[in-house]
Design a protein around this ligand. Sequence first.
Ligand code: 13P
Length: 253
Amino acid sequence: MALPLVVGNWKMHGTPAEAFSLARGIRTGLKRVQGVEVVLAPPFTSLSAVYKALRGRSIGLAGQNVFWQEQGAFTGEISPKMLLESGCGFVIVGHSERRRILGESDQFIGKKTVAALAAGLRPILCVGETLQERRQGSTRKIIGRQLRVALKGITKNAIGKIEIAYEPVWAIGTGRNATPDQISLAHQWIRELLRKLAGNEQAAKSRILYGGSVRPENAGDLARAPEVNGLLVGGASLKAESFLSIVNQFISI
Ligand code: 13P
């Protein structure tokens, strides 16, 4: 298994100047990135500022979204190659905010995953159930469907290049994180499905991250939960101090 992965998803926060200064703060605090892989996902408009701020440090860059076409008349969209040339090694696909607010379907997300991978980006594929779905006992079914559809066009031997983020919708931005037991179980289901789809060897390569109200106070427990290979952090990644304190939980494990 690769190193644990901690991703800061800045969502729609920060101008390029603000993003530069936040990235600098994180860079300064992470003199040596050891035992953990750290990736920042600023808005598109700040990718170049963050790239400059991180220069010379092994901190990765991710897009928050991508389109599946290489180029063309797709107003407002960004291609995988554009992300690559902006310094990105990763891209978040299928975030629940895009599913819910922008109406992205599982099929849509599948096309993005295929295109990102083909271009050489590592997709961070987000899945997760709503509170209602959890209450109905359909968590496993929902994340299973999201994964199966998104991974449909991926060949077996490429599955290991995809990172999965389990982000229960009810835990995002609510201050109510899933418990380590709930997370471990969902991650176990995800791993089992990956094994079914791609075999043990490939399935073992994907990192399964947890996201949803990760804070410095709960990051230690979440990081140590069985089956957790990293964290996808929203709000708490917007301050260098809190993000660094979350990253440090992995360094000290
Ligand atoms: P919060 O950490 O703000 O709950 O957001 C989680 C998330 O959506 C990361 O992608």
